[in-house]
Design a protein. Structure first.
Length: 298
């Protein structure tokens, strides 16, 4: 019989514990020792046939190195299959060289992960100019799960329904916004984003969504500098929305940005557990466990 075990690093402990209880086993911690010169020594606590490694890839640079070293340790120990669960997958936005001399980070990072793992499982990967996760990881198995159902379930519990206008800040967000609106039986609209700098963002919204007096759920896959969501929240406040909630899959922002969003008019910010964050309210353990069960049966 094949042995399967779940692993994580210190930063992923909470999400891995939830995933472990959905799958029926404990998550074991991979130890990372940092030498005074900044190099890392990685030790895996055991080696099964299949190792599932849970690792949210926010602030990714050191985490990518730790993953690469952990994969090496598992392979050396005899693991036959390595599955990476990265509910937030980093570097997906740089999917082309926008200016001469730039790296295409999406491809460079996917090459690194493909060399280490046999399967990658992620959620709401930021796919814009590529249409599927299979194109990002052509040589290995890859699953891109959608958080819309989990977000819709939570938003419905908080009172959102057919009166709500689900609003996305730009054309790219229509993929998340339309599905979420569908789940809620609500209307949706997306704006057109003009970005002048990291925090300098202007969004034009169509006139037709009937915002005044209605609840609005502003949705995006990523909130990072907060420029995009701040601009959307301010526009909805100006148009007289009855209430404004923000739902985001990947919360990459700090406390100061959170305060600005609330000050601009949002009454709450809800995020999924893809990135450990103070706004986490929507667990992804259920949808991740569903696609990982086949690892237990193989
Ligand atoms: C961009 O295409 C994404 O979907 C997000 O809208 C963007 O990453 C948000 O970034 P920020 O919070 O820095 O405006």
């Amino acid at each position: 019989m094949t042995s399967v075990a779940l692993y994580t690093f210190a930063h992923g402990a909470a999400g891995a514990a939830e995933l472990g209880s959905a799958l029926g086993f404990d998550a074991r911690q991979i130890d990372v020792h940092t030498f005074p010169d900044g190099e890392s020594l990685v030790r895996v606590p055991s080696v099964p046939d299949t190792a599932i490694v849970y690792c949210p890839l926010d602030r990714p640079n050191e985490k990518l190195i730790a993953l690469m070293l952990a994969a090496d340790a598992f392979r050396r120990g005899g693991a036959r299959r390595l599955v990476l669960v990265a509910p937030y997958l980093c570097y997906m936005r740089q999917d082309k060289a926008f200016h001469a001399g730039e790296a295409v980070s999406q491809q460079a990072v996917s090459r690194l992960l493909s060399a280490c793992f046999d399967r990658v499982v992620t959620v709401d990967a930021h796919l814009h100019r590529v249409s599927s996760i299979g194109e990002v990881f052509p040589g290995i198995e890859a699953d891109n799960l959608l958080a819309a159902k989990a977000i819709a379930h939570f938003a419905a519990e908080k009172g959102h329904g057919k009166q709500t206008i689900v609003l996305g800040p730009d054309e790219e967000s229509v993929q998340w916004v339309a599905q979420l609106a569908d789940e809620l039986g609500a209307r949706h609209a997306v704006g057109r984003k003009i970005r002048r700098g990291d925090q300098d963002v202007e969004i034009e919204f169509p006139d037709d969504p009937d915002v005044a007096g209605n609840p609005v759920l502003v949705v995006d896959d990523i909130v990072s500098s907060g420029g995009t969501i701040l601009s959307a929240v301010s526009a909805m406040k100006e148009r007289g929305a009855a209430t404004i909630h923000v739902a985001v899959t990947h919360a990459l922002f700090g406390k100061a940005v959170e305060e600005k969003i609330l000050f601009a008019g949002a009454s709450a910010i809800w995020s999924t557990t893809s990135v450990p964050h103070q706004t986490n309210t929507i667990s992804l353990a259920g949808i991740l466990a569903e696609v990982l069960r086949r690892e237990l049966n193989e």
